[in-house]
Design a protein around this ligand. Sequence first.
Ligand code: SF4
Length: 429
Amino acid sequence: MTSHAKLSPSSAHRWMQCAGSLILEKDIPDSSSEHAAQGTAAHFLASECLEQGKDATDFLNCFIGIKKGNAYWLDTAFDDNQSRFNVDLEMSENIQIYLDAVRSQAVGNELLVEQRVDFSSYIGAENAFGTSDVIILTDDEIQVHDLKYGRGVKVYAENNEQLKLYALGALNNFGAFGDFKQVRQVIHQPRLNHYSEAVCTVDELLEFARESKNQVQYIRCLEEGLETGDGGAIADFGGSFNPGEKQCQWCKAKATCPALAEHILKTVAGEFEDLDAVDLNAQINTATGEVTNLENDRLSKFFSAIPLIEGWIKAVSGLVHNKLHQGESVPGYKIVQGKQGNRAWENAEEAEQMLKSMRLKTDQMYDLKLISPTTAEKLKKENVIGVRQWTKVENLITRADGKPTVVPESDKRPALIVNPENDFNNLDA
Ligand code: SF4
């Protein structure tokens, strides 16, 4: 019997856009990272606050341990096999922003924290579930709130497949408890000062469920056909990939995915038949040389492919490093000792005593530097700098204008008027 790949909500955009990804990623283990562990710690703090009716500062300077993806409070016990996070001022302030936003919506309504919701029946797959950070039930609305603690890219609630799956799960679990007409989906990214919400009707949500069901059926047919060696499924498999910046960004198969490699090579080097027959260096050199002769629309196509290409390069580089470090052989490459690091005192105290004994003056011995406005603001938060004093300090802070930056036309900021002779002007000014 086929063991089906897990239809996780967090990767829903990927498997909705690229059916083959679920099959290609299936046996690749998740990689753990410090960022992911920090996110788990922040979610834990948020849920503890909501469940206990506390503020984030109530846990200031407490420690959260993360082991095998699970978070828990640490007292003094600490072993090397776990990540450890301090609830510092930055984490408590950011989580408080999220708590305040959630609580303002929950007044007079039902607040449900860390709810496991099951959307299997809506998408026609067994064991399809996820855990929603917060669900709020009003008289006629279901709300799903999702906390993103990363500082990476902004995530939007509009057409967000992950939130829609949570919403379907919430409808499945709680639909019988009210006459719900619409679903509000909310993303909170306090560290990016970003909040995004989208509302759809229950009928629109059910339309999404139908699309998901079709995609899931297609994926399951592919999976089963590939396992049984069905010729039709094998022929279809190549066409089941759909490379694109958003879906490929976090794909575990990115470094080895032939469809992505082919897509990138086609973008930079034009059409070709056989990927293995391509001299990548030559093609890219030719393409780079041609850039000066390109029409602007082709240049635009190249430019828009940069994030995808950069992500692919990073993934390929990471995988080659990993394989070589694990003793595998990658033809044409080896590991050597890199450049030495910067010089450092082996024993800073000993060096300090030695330099003092040589009668060096303080300004000769130490690098003294004025604190930054950011550090000064931290001192204000710690009440080292008083509120009135801060007003005076704030008057001394200035910020340089941002440098002109190229962004997609969909970006909300107004375009600058370009005056090549002189400077840039704001179109709205
Ligand atoms: S890298 Fe992109 S194209 Fe390849 S499987 Fe992943 S999402 Fe699909």
